[in-house]
Ligand binder design. Structure first.
Ligand code: M6R
Length: 617
């Protein structure tokens, strides 16, 4: 959601900013803009639309010279997406300029005060209010930009990642963060700096970066070390300078047409990377520091509450089945957005597991903060290292999926399930709720999963063909039971978010309580009917669909003969333990959505209205 890419130093800023904005496109946005500072002038261009539209506009309007500048991709909150509401925004005097991710909740009250003091506003945004508040404080208190930003931020309520520039002090940026990430790339000898929403815009220039913590601001000045302070307490902070592990290759498409397809194909490796070093099959061991160090807490917990959103919530539902079946611990799965506002009963005997690819989802983050305040122990399952949720958690396990850039989560889902399966097995063994031999069988089977995922990727053409038959359907139904009920939900979510076809996931047995009314000869129904776990019951559901002329796409276990005789299309998955089937059944559903969306000409990697990390509530 919204992206920031900026540069201050000795290189031409424009290519760094524009390429940076392109790398941040995955976050989701509806407009783009930038400033370049050159020859004592700020050049500002912004437009509704894509970064490519911005490039076009720039080529018509300005020369791209300048060693200082920053750019922004905006995902509209306050004010419709249009040229005027796009960022950057000037202050009244046009000396100050800002880009902002997040929401200033009390902007209207501040705006009314500023209007009375003679400020005028061109846009409908909360951001323009913030830059004018900074200017008002700077002039009234006669303070430097950094101090003015700090004082202004102490007056606002909301969330932000901001970068501010003052044309009267053109060798520095002021940046600040609360609830929205900001990374500062540090060039050699402090001769240049980069600011961005994540490290991808500057990865080829420097491997050293500071990630601001919530409530921190920094003054970035050429030739000097970055000065970080706490916005509220005003105390100086000694920031950690991290060495980035990200590589350019990881954030490029690598020959695939879309990031989503690349990420689907990366799953065998991503799953292996997730269990590598943790699952020692020969020794019969699962090593996870975050669990080992807190084993007693987990084995004596009253219950586990999982909080997450979207696809991560679906992984949480799979974990509910895993934890209850294997580790015999009661589990509740909650949407972050509901949990945080409903005054839940939480005690210090509860463990809250937060699942989040980005580690920045605002509702999940707020939910764990609230759970911590109420005494719960919080365990984070995140992909992005150093993300807010990872930092806020008492302990955790990274999924090690590598950067996920396609807005539709794919490898994040399967690697989350992998981590959660390892935790369930570890706890099951520690509690004695699973036999040693069953535990060993799971480890051996788990080790085979990447190869089995590979075999499913090999049937890509077949899935594409099925997609071509149903690409013009207006509704899809996805059905599954037990471990595969969440996979049905996930399959439906994948289809709707990238193809904009309405799709619903249901537990197969619930079909009779409503959705069956929708079934006719135009309705494709994807049914997961693997050979273990309620197989006969699902077969009955398939018969019921058949009797109503629905079109059946069945995901079955290799060698199935019963469903083959009834369904219109069969997709076979290799045999495995029932609890591990979600890692396989989900693959063809990802491919099906992908191909349908491509055939419909949709923007697969950046679907309309969606953002990769949802940093506002
Ligand atoms: O980064 P998170 O895992 O916390 O994100 C949660 C959801 O926003 C995310 O899974 C979303 O539903 C995806 N677009 C699904 O593909």
């Amino acid at each position: 959601m919204c992206g920031i890419a900026g540069y201050i130093g000795y290189r031409d800023a424009y290519p760094i900013i524009i390429n940076g904005l392109k790398r941040l496109e995955y976050r989701g946005y509806d407009s783009a803009g930038l400033i370049l500072y050159d020859k004592e002038t700020i050049k500002l261009v912004k437009t509704k639309g894509k970064v490519s539209d911005l490039e076009e506009k720039i080529s018509d309007e300005i020369s791209v010279s300048g060693k200082i500048g920053f750019g922004h991709t905006r995902w509209a909150t306050h004010g419709v997406p249009n040229d005027v509401n796009s960022h950057p925004h000037y202050s009244e005097s046009e000396n100050l300029v800002i880009i902002h991710n997040g929401i200033i909740e009390n902007y209207d009250t501040i705006k009314q005060v500023l209007i009375k003091r003679g400020y005028t506003f061109k846009s409908d945004t909360d951001t323009e209010v913030l830059i004018n508040l900074i200017e008002e404080i700077k002039n009234k208190e006669n303070v430097k930009l950094g101090k003015a930003v700090q004082l202004a931020l102490n007056e606002v309520v909301g969330a932000y990642a901001i970068t501010v520039f003052d044309k009267t002090k053109p060798d520095e940026f002021v940046v600040a963060r609360l609830g929205s990430p900001i990374a500062i790339g540090i060039g050699k000898d402090n001769k240049e700096f980069f600011v961005a929403s994540d490290a991808s815009p500057f990865i080829e220039y420097t491997k050293n970066a500071i990630y601001l913590e919530d409530g921190e601001m920094a003054i970035i000045k050429i030739g000097r070390e970055v000065r970080v302070r706490n916005i509220k307490s005003d105390s100086l902070v000694n920031p950690d300078v991290l060495e980035l592990k990200l590589s350019l290759e990881q954030i490029e498409k690598g020959g695939y047409d879309h990031f989503m397809l690349k990420e689907i194909y990366e799953q065998p490796k991503a799953i292996t990377d997730t269990y590598r070093g943790r699952m020692l099959v020969n020794e019969g061991l699962i090593k996870m520091a975050g669990i080992d160090d807190n084993l007693q807490k987990f084995t004596t917990a009253n219950r586990i509450i999982i909080v997450a959103c979207g696809t991560s919530w679906h992984a949480g539902l799979v974990a509910e089945y895993l934890f209850e079946d294997i580790a015999r611990i009661p589990v509740e799965v909650e949407y972050g957005s509901e949990f945080r506002y409903r005054n839940p009963i939480i005690t210090d005997k509860d463990i809250v597991i937060a699942i989040s690819q980005s580690g920045e989802t605002a509702d999940t983050l707020a939910a764990i903060k609230m759970a911590k305040e109420k005494g719960a122990f919080v365990f984070g399952v995140c992909n992005v290292v150093g993300s807010s949720i990872a930092r806020e958690s008492d302990a955790g396990a990274y999924t090690h999926a590598g950067p996920e850039i396609g807005v539709a989560s794919t490898k994040a889902f399967t690697t989350q399930i992998t981590v959660l399966t390892l935790i369930a097995l570890k706890l099951g063994l520690a509690k004695g709720s699973i036999s040693k031999s069953a535990y060993h069988t799971y480890l051996q089977e788990m080790e085979l999963i990447p190869k089995k995922v590979e075999s499913l990727l090999a049937i890509n053409d077949k899935v594409e063909k099925i997609g071509s038959i149903y690409k013009n359907a207006t509704n899809f139904l996805y059905l599954g039971r037990g471990f595969n009920f969440p996979v049905a939900l996930e399959g439906a979510l994948k289809l709707k978010e990238i193809s904009y076809i309405h799709a619903e996931g249901y537990p197969a047995a619930e079909m009779k309580h409503g959705p069956i009314a929708l079934i006719d000869e135009n309705m494709p129904i994807v049914v997961i009917a693997t050979n273990k776990g309620h197989y006969e019951k699902v077969v009955s559901n398939i018969q019921e669909i058949k009797s109503r002329n629905g079109k059946i796409i069945a995901v079955v276990t290799e060698g199935d003969t019963t469903v083959k005789g009834i369904a219109d299309h069969i997709i076979e998955i290799p045999e495995t333990e029932e609890a591990l089937t979600p890692l396989l059944t989900t693959i063809p559903l990802q491919l099906l959505s992908y191909h349908i969306a491509v055939m419909l000409g949709k923007n697969v990697d950046q679907p309309r209205n969606l953002a990769k990390s949802v940093t506002v509530e």
